[in-house]
Design a protein around this ligand. Structure first.
Ligand code: SAH
Ligand code: SF4
Length: 358
């Protein structure tokens, strides 16, 4: 039993099946586990006189938390590198806000979407994370490190909607009030525009959940060049899926736009972007490109960023520039990953999204 992959209700069902016990005992364990990492099951008053229940539970719990093998501080943000049970490594980013912390988590090791500007995209996909591996990143920050994590953004390594079931389960576990207690309105899923995944997420009917879309280009020709996913799901199809996405009152879609010098930063691009957003309840988060290793693209000048931002504002678009203390917070998320030899994205060559070992 891995407590990090289960809601309290699911744990109660497992207790019923395994030990003939129910919510009373399950909730005691669950609450305690999500309050502090050192479980002393023998000391649970609820378990005393429960006929060796503590021993059975202890034998059944398999909860090796991934080890943090590296911590890097980049200005205000801190990156954690986790090593999973099979030695695969993923990263989370701790982003301090005024009175709390936002945590940017990974949903996959690597990513097979192959976006040209993205470090993670250059790794290809190593593997999907399971729900408990996603939750473990939040658990480590909140419970083990004791940080006041309020927001979780799925903007770390990977395309969350390419790993949908574990993502959905992680959200259910994270929001369980008897455990992590992070409300859906404090979670943001970021997608490169995987329309099939957006539709499936919409079908959950979770209007409080926030959706961010990495748009990055306002026309199909350019977007297909920067983001191969656009060849499968062009902008018009993306827009019609976004129109149908359930949003609670006051919620908007967050359109991420990584501004890359002389690629997508012309006045015409700003006009096309404003046209595209017509009819969508959307805000734009403008992210100055953070050059990845061996990148052929360049970061925009601050004056280019201002010009583009102003052009959008002039067209009535609500824009936010994603910067903090001279550092680009979102890009800290977007830059995760290092090259893993042997894995390449075969996205462009294939109808199916496969990863392959070369
Ligand atoms: N796969 C998801 C979530 C992870 S990427 C997605 O694409 O939305 C998180 C964000 O980082 C995306 O908005 C992406 O456009 C951005 N990003 C990727 N590489 C970047 C870079 N080199 N500089 C700045 N932002 C980058
Ligand atoms: Fe994957 Fe997002 Fe990077 Fe694209 S931007 S390669 S979808 S992680």
């Amino acid at each position: 039993m891995n407590l990090l992959g289960l809601t309290c209700d699911e744990l109660a069902k497992a207790f019923q099946r395994r030990y003939g016990r129910g919510m009373f005992h399950a909730a005691a364990l669950y609450r305690s586990f999500y309050r502090q990492p050192h479980l002393d099951i023998d000391a649970f008053p609820e378990f005393s006189g429960a006929g060796g229940l503590a021993e059975k539970v202890k034998a059944d719990i398999t909860d090796p938390l991934p080890r943090i093998v590296n911590e890097e501080t980049q200005g205000a943000v801190k990156k954690l590198v986790f090593r999973l049970a099979d030695a695969v490594e993923v990263e989370s980013v701790i982003i301090p806000m005024a009175n709390h912390v936002s945590l940017c988590v990974s949903s996959q090791a690597g990513c097979r979407m192959g976006c040209r500007f993205c470090e993670t995209g250059q790794m290809g996909l190593q593997r999907n994370l399971s729900a408990h591996e996603i939750v473990a990143q939040v658990y480590t920050a909140k419970v083990v490190m004791g940080l006041p994590v309020r927001n979780v953004v799925f903007m770390g390594m990977g395309e969350p909607l390419d790993n949908l079931e574990p993502l959905l389960q992680a959200i259910r576990v994270l929001e369980d009030q008897r455990g992590m207690n992070i409300a859906k309105r404090h979670m943001t899923v970021s997608t490169a525009g995987l329309v099939s995944g957006i539709e499936k997420l919409a079908a959950q009917n979770w209007p409080q959940l926030k959706l961010a879309v990495s748009l990055n280009a306002p026309n199909d020709e350019l977007r297909s060049r920067l983001m191969p996913v656009n060849r499968h799901y062009p902008l018009a199809q993306l827009k019609s899926a976004l129109r149908k996405f359930p949003l609670a009152r006051g919620n908007v879609l967050f359109m991420e736009y990584v501004l890359i010098k002389e690629q997508n930063d012309a006045p015409d691009h700003a006009r096309q972007l404003a046209d595209y957003l017509e009819g969508l309840p959307a805000r734009v988060n403008l992210i100055p490109y953070n050059p990845r290793q061996q990148s052929s693209y360049e970061a925009p000048l601050p004056s280019d960023v201002q010009r583009f931002r102003q052009a959008l504002i002039d067209q009535g678009i609500f824009v936010r520039l994603r910067k903090s203390k001279g550092e680009n917070i979102q890009a800290a998320c977007g830059q995760l990953g290092r090259r893993v030899n042997g894995y390449v994205s075969r996205f462009e060559d294939s109808k199916e999204w496969k990863h392959t070992q070369t």
